[in-house]
Structures are given as structure tokens and as C-alpha cells.
Design a protein around this ligand. Structure first.
Ligand code: HEM
Length: 474
């Protein structure tokens, strides 16, 4: 067997780094046309084998752990941010248990508690910062603050939330700044963040340590947030998580959800601001579902806000925050139905956005059209009734079953590393959008239009500054 085709490059070692770095998605689309779903490019001495389309997604997400691992690709990048002993700094079997604990903690009961907290955080923020009847603001900055406040309040609890603006937010920000592709590529360079991140992490640990100590002194404490869940959960063998693991799991959850949810909420709002009919349709549907005076929703009401759901889903199709999913090959692995084999030492890179914006799966793939999802739901219902099929739709959209790695729509990944924050993210984003749309109308800043994507961080963000106009509803 031979290796997959290699993208031509002119500068040894550096390879295609510059072309890829400037526009990763354009790079992948261009070379996919030439080489097909699997090809390798060189980037600063690393061999990156790109796996595209539904075949590529399935190959990467479902690869055997004995051949392909996430921890060997990510831990250098994530350890300074998440800290030791969690996620990619533990054997995969331990990560699976840590994810199971999180899943159990993100229960219906906890979501019922979280929704009013997210509403309160959003209203408090607006009352404090959006005081004019009309203004042009940096919407990404505002949304990022809303996300960090509501995620801290719900997942980490009252105490950490209270200290957010007494230094905790700055510490998060310091950790964050070492989460860039530079840190993936230049792990041996003495970048400033290699010194600041451990210091910030140690400070956060000591803040959590005080909170944990105080909580342990309470008798009959009710479990109200994820910190409680981590402090009371046990691994299969009966051992408890250490205080350090409980702390670092909290930090990891916050970091995993912060930019992903902030970018998604911002793109959703920008797309609404950009299309009057979609925005007005969403507002009217909110009224239809909740009543003319738009009372605040409870967790149970969120599922009725179908248009907001479609908006988030469509935003994640066109602007998924994660466009590079990485793995490292630790044992040579053949590509099915081909004569190619990928050697150990290569990295794998999937990019679900390529299939999600491919006209083979979606009509008018570049158009933001949330209604395509309710049409597809209706089609699914008809099909399910017709054939009694198992939630798998083939209606010109490809295989849409949400659990299949073959689906062309995988903004939350698939397989053993699939996101466990999807439901939380939907709840948080929909609740924030509801409160904002209830109280304000939004228009794009005509001078700046829609922002470009910024690929300089591991999570794709709208390019700063992202300006948008809010108009208070009477
Ligand atoms: C994994 C996307 C929000 C926690 C993932 C993966 C993707 C993803 C694509 C798979 C990564 C891989 O296979 O390498 C997103 C998006 C989000 C979001 C688009 C928001 C719109 C969240 C939130 C949390 C979270 C809010 C926490 C509450 C995690 C965790 C993993 C994960 C723990 C598992 C990592 C693993 O098993 O390797 N996410 N995520 N995510 N996400 Fe999310």
C-alpha cells in the first residue's frame, strides 16, 4: 500500500503552513478537488493527513483508539489550559469516565435550575451596559462576557461567579491565550504564555481550593452545580475525584464552552441582524410559542422555540467554531476502500464544515437559511411514518442521523470524543437569544457588514471588532 497524495510545497519543513494558516477552509476545498477526501500536507515538519467528506469524518471519528488518539494530538495544547489529571492528561478510559460524570451532572433537573440563572445574568448585563435606546457596540465582546458569566454561575456556582470580576475572568483570559495553533506547532518555543499559564492556573486552583474547603464544611449540602457533582462523584472503582481533578474539570468545561458558544451566539445574532425576514420571523415565532407579551421561558418551554433551534443549527452548519479536529496516528492505519495506509507519526485532521457546506448534501450551501431544518424535520417525520425508519433521513441531505459519524453535519463531532456540552450549549444560546430579541432589535453595522472569520485561534471567531447595532424595543 502507498500513502495518500501529498500537497506540493516549495519551502522544506515549513511546507504548506502559510497557505493553510491564511485560509484553512479554502485550502482544504481546493486540494480536495485535486486529491479527493484524503491527502497529506506538511506543516512545520508535521505531516497532517486531512480526512474530508462523510468518509473522512467517519474514518477519523470512529478510528480505533489503538491506532489513533486524541490525547497525543491535543495534550500539549490543553494541559496548560485545563490543568493536570483531566481530559487528555489521563488515559482515554479515565476520560470516558469523566465524561460520563459530566453527562450525569447535566441533568434535566440542573437545566431547570440553570435557565432562570441565564435569564438573570443576561438581564443584569443589559441593564448595566446597554443603557441607550440605540447604540453600535462590539457584540462579540458583549456576548463573550454574557457566556462567561452565565456558564460560571450555572456550572461552577455562586462563589466563583462572585469572584469573576475580582480577577477570575483575567485568569481565564491568561489561560485562554495559550490556546492557539502557534502552541500546537511550536510546543518547544519559549512563548510568554508557557510562563503565564501555569501561574494563572495555580492562582485559579487556590481560589477553587477555598471554595471547596468551605463547601466541605457544610452539612447536607444539596448538589446545585457541576462543582458539587465533581466533588461527590466516584469513578467505577469507587475512588473519588481529587480536589485538583474537580477543579480542573470545572476549568475544562468552562474553556470548552466559552469560545465555542460565544462565537455561535454572535454569528447567530449577526445573521439575524443581516436578514430582516429571518429576524422578524424568529420574533413572531417566539410570540406564537410563548404569548404576545413574551414571558421568560422555563427549561420546558425551550423545546417549543423551534425557530431559535433552527437558527442555532444553521449557524453551526455555516460557522462551526471547530474546523480542525485533530488526532495522532500511533499505529499505521489503512484507509478503507483504498490502497492507502497512513503511517504512525502523522496527524489526522477532519473538518466537518467541508461536508456541511458541500452542495452534494445541502442546497444553496452558502446561504443562511434556518428554515431548511424544519423542512427537513417535516420530511423526516413523513419518511419515518412511511418506512418506519430509524431517524435516518435521506432527502437530498445525506445521512442526517445525529448519531452517525457518516452524517455530513457534525458540528459536535462523533464517536468516543463527541461533545457532551451540546444540550447545555443549546440551552444557553437559545435563552440568551430569546432575552436579547425580546428586548432589542438588531441591525448590522452597514459600514462593516458581516465580519470575516479569524483563524488565528483554535476556535474560529468572528474577526474583531465585531460591530452591531441594538435598538431597544418600545
Ligand atoms: C468535544 C464542539 C460546547 C465540552 C467537542 C468536539 C466538538 C465540540 C467538535 C469534538 C472534538 C474532537 O473530536 O476532537 C462544540 C461546540 C460547542 C461546544 C460547537 C458550542 C456551540 C461545549 C460546552 C461544553 C463542551 C458548552 C461543556 C459544558 C466538551 C467536552 C468534549 C467536547 C468535554 C469532549 C472532548 C473529548 O472527548 O475528547 N465539542 N462544543 N463543549 N466538548 Fe464541546
Amino acid at each position: 500500500p502507498t500513502q495518500p497524495p501529498v500537497v506540493r510545497y516549495y519551502v522544506p519543513f515549513i511546507g504548506s503552513m502559510v497557505e493553510f494558516g491564511m485560509d484553512p477552509i479554502g485550502f482544504m476545498r481546493k486540494h480536495r478537488e485535486q486529491h479527493g477526501d484524503f491527502f497529506t500536507f506538511l506543516m512545520f515538519g508535521r505531516k497532517m493527513t486531512v480526512c474530508l467528506g462523510s468518509r473522512g469524518n467517519d474514518f477519523l471519528f470512529n478510528a480505533k483508539h489503538s491506532c489513533v488518539t486524541a490525547e497525543d494530538a491535543y495534550n500539549n495544547l490543553t494541559k496548560p489550559v485545563f490543568g493536570a489529571d483531566v481530559v487528555y492528561d489521563v488515559p482515554n478510559s479515565v476520560l470516558m469516565e469523566q465524561k460520563r460524570i459530566v453527562k450525569a451532572g447535566l441533568s434535566t433537573k440542573s437545566f431547570q435550575r440553570y435557565v432562570p440563572m441565564i435569564i438573570k445574568e443576561t438581564n443584569d448585563y443589559i441593564d448595566k451596559h446597554w443603557t441607550k435606546d440605540e447604540d453600535t457596540i462590539d457584540i462579540f465582546k458583549a456576548i463573550s462576557e454574557l457566556i462567561i458569566m452565565s456558564a460560571s454561575r450555572t456550572l461552577l456556582g455562586k462563589e466563583i461567579r462572585a469572584q469573576l470580576y475580582e480577577g477570575v475572568a483575567d485568569l481565564y483570559h491568561t489561560l485562554d491565550s495559550s490556546f492557539t495553533p502557534i502552541h500546537f506547532l511550536f510546543e518547544w518555543l519559549p512563548l510568554p504564555s508557557y510562563f503565564s499559564a501555569p501561574k494563572a492556573h495555580a492562582e485559579l486552583e487556590s481560589i477553587f481550593a477555598k471554595v471547596i474547603k468551605a463547601r466541605r464544611l457544610e452539612t447536607n449540602r444539596e448538589s446545585v452545580d457541576m462543582l458539587d457533582v465533581f466533588l461527590t462523584s466516584k469513578y467505577k472503582d469507587g475512588t473519588a475525584l481529587t480536589d485538583l481533578q474537580a477543579t480542573n474539570m470545572c476549568i475544562a468545561l468552562l474553556m470548552a464552552g466559552q469560545h465555542t458558544s460565544a462565537a455561535t451566539t454572535t454569528w447567530a445574532l449577526l445573521n439575524l441582524a443581516n436578514q430582516d425576514n429571518v429576524r422578524n420571523g424568529a420574533y413572531n415565532d417566539m410570540k406564537r410559542a410563548m404569548g404576545e407579551d413574551l414571558p421568560y421561558p422555563e427549561f420546558e418551554n425551550l423545546k417549543d422555540l423551534q425557530t431559535l433551534d433552527d437558527i442555532v443549527r444553521e449557524t453551526l452548519r455555516i460557522h462551526p467554531p471547530i474546523v480542525q479536529v485533530l488526532r495522532k496516528v500511533v499505529k499505521p492505519i489503512p484507509i478503507p476502500e483504498s490502497s492507502h495506509i497512513i503511517p504512525a507519526g502523522n496527524y489526522l485532521m477532519a473538518s466537518p464544515v467541508i461536508a456541511a457546506t458541500d452542495k452534494a448534501h445541502f442546497q444553496d450551501p452558502e446561504t443562511f437559511k434556518p428554515s431548511r431544518w424544519s423542512q427537513q424535520d417535516e420530511a423526516a417525520e413523513v419518511e419515518a411514518e412511511d418506512k418506519n425508519s430509524e431517524n435516518t433521513v435521506n432527502y437530498g441531505w445525506g445521512d442526517m442521523s445525529l448519531n452517525s459519524a457518516k452524517s455530513p453535519y457534525l458540528p459536535f463531532g462523533a464517536g468516543r470524543h463527541r461533545c457532551i456540552g451540546e444540550q447545555f450549549a443549546y440551552i444557553q444560546i437559545k435563552t440568551i437569544l430569546y432575552v436579547l430579541l425580546k428586548r432589542f432589535d438588531f441591525k448590522l453595522d452597514e459600514k462593516r457588514g458581516m465580519p470575516k472569520s479569524d483563524y488565528n485561534s483554535m476556535v474560529v471567531l468572528p474577526e474583531a471588532p465585531v460591530s452591531c447595532r441594538y435598538i431597544r424595543r418600545k
